[in-house]
Design a protein around this ligand. Structure first.
Ligand code: GLY
Ligand code: MN
Ligand code: MN
Length: 436
């Protein structure tokens, strides 16, 4: 599907779920100033973008239910040569129709004046209630105007429904169009991860490694990161979302890099852990290979019909048994799992949905039960072991070792496809790559 029909199809899918006499209203978030008149780079709201394909600020998307005409209408900024002189190309009203498949397009400046016309035909309004104050104020003002006309027989909506959870649910299952974009995001990040593995060496700083990763992503048009890169050497890897990235890489330490670019607003999220000097020590290798065994088993558990927690269940079994074999935990494996003894070394979940957001939309449980995986879901599988540098309960040789291995996985008809499969992850392959 091309971009225009893809976005049109998404809107039609949402419209098919609406009650009769319904409107859907979503608004683009405002441009946020970083300081003075200097804005942060603009990033569209994921749900607004998912339905509109529109990535500029100052816009409202209005969808009508089929019985009200079924139109998709975008209110946005018309093209303006003066603004375009400063800030560059704008899609404009004609572009909204020709590029995004909108049925109608009007200037955003006319939205408030046109809104009562739509509201008086509707009984239900679907919006991201509680998230867009300006949009809600406009709706309330228009409702109040309509109420003043009650004696003329004018009516107004009385049912207000959260559209957020509906769009979130649509987003949980990716189309082929989305998976292609995510495959590109993952491939760009894989190339950048390979580049930093070859680049890293003792005495560099973590921020130099971060810069190298960003540079390689940007060279391939992955110019935004999907989240702040985590470049954590030695014991810093035990801080799960370490962000300062300002330590010196030490000979003999591991380096954990959790980083992924965004491509056309779609995220990748990949972690590799490798030795700064190119050679795993024996304890590092033992922990690494345990995490890798858990991750491979976790990936093998990704298939349609398996419950979400199947991945964590299989990984906990392998990690806990491995920790006992290495002498880091003592006792019966099943009892240790039951008592959550693994939390000392593994304190997060198996992964998360991935898509427009790095921690993407979609419910993990339905009616209190873990939901089943379905074809088209994209998720990360990211076990880790983190042995605190000050953990006096373990042999000193283990202290300060932190390992996480994370890949991006699509649920397919039969099982899964690993989008980041091209990135080396066995001890032998990492050492060979770093030796080159
Ligand atoms: N990069 C954040 C995460 O893995 O969830
Ligand atoms: Mn992740
Ligand atoms: Mn990650």
């Amino acid at each position: 599907m091309n971009k225009k029909s893809e976005f049109k199809h998404r809107r039609q899918q949402l419209q098919a779920q609406l009650q009769p006499k319904s409107l859907v209203l979503l608004m683009a978030p405002p441009q946020i100033l970083r300081n003075g008149d200097n804005p942060y780079p603009y990033r569209p709201d994921s749900n607004f973008f998912y339905l509109s394909g529109f990535a500029e600020p100052e816009a409202v998307l209005l969808l009508l239910s089929k019985d009200l005409g079924g139109q998709s209408i975008l209110f946005s900024r018309p093209r303006d040569p003066n603004l375009e002189r400063w800030d560059g190309y704008m899609l404009g009203l004609e572009g909204a129709i020709s590029e995004l498949g909108m049925d109608e397009a009007y200037p955003i400046a006319e939205f408030q004046q046109r809104l009562p016309h739509y509201l008086q035909q509707a009984t239900h309004v679907y919006a991201p209630w509680g998230r867009m104050t300006t949009l809600e104020q406009w709706i309330i003002a228009a409702q109040n105007d309509l109420k003043k006309q009650v004696r003329k027989g004018v009516s107004w909506p009385t049912e207000f429904i959260d559209v957020q959870s509906m769009v979130d649910e649509m987003r949980a299952i990716k189309s082929d169009y989305e998976i292609d974009l995510m495959r590109t995001a993952a491939q760009i990040s894989v190339k950048a991860h390979h580049a930093v593995m070859k680049f890293a060496k003792p005495e560099l700083n973590e921020y130099q490694v971060e810069a190298h990763f960003n540079y390689h992503c940007a060279l391939d048009n992955g110019r935004k990161q999907a989240y702040s890169p985590i470049v954590a050497s030695g014991p810093n890897a035990c801080t799960l979302h370490y962000k300062s990235n300002t330590d010196v890489l030490r000979d003999g330490d591991l380096l954990l890099i959790d980083a992924g670019c965004e491509y056309d607003n779609y995220a990748s999220d990949i972690t590799r852990t490798f030795p700064v000097n190119g050679h795993f020590s024996v304890p590092q290798k033992q922990i690494y290979e345990l995490v890798l065994a858990a991750q491979l088993a976790g990936i093998a558990a990704v298939k349609p019909g398996a419950p979400w927690n199947a991945v964590q269940r299989v990984m906990l079994q392998i990690l806990t048994k491995g920790l006992v074999d290495l002498g880091l935990l003592k006792g019966n494996v099943d009892t240790l799992i039951e008592e959550k003894a693994f939390l000392q070394f593994y304190m997060h979940g198996s992964g998360h949905f991935l898509g427009l957001d790095v921690h993407d939309a979609g419910a993990y449980k339905v009616k209190g039960q873990w939901r089943d995986m379905e074809k088209g879901m994209v998720l990360t599988v990211e076990p880790g072991l983190y042995i605190d540098a000050n953990d006096m309960t373990v042999d000193p040789k283990w202290r300060g070792i932190g390992v996480r291995i994370e890949d991006d996985v699509v649920v397919t008809e039969q099982g899964c496809e690993v989008l980041s499969a091209g990135l080396v992850k066995t001890v032998a392959d990492i050492e060979a790559l770093m030796a080159r």
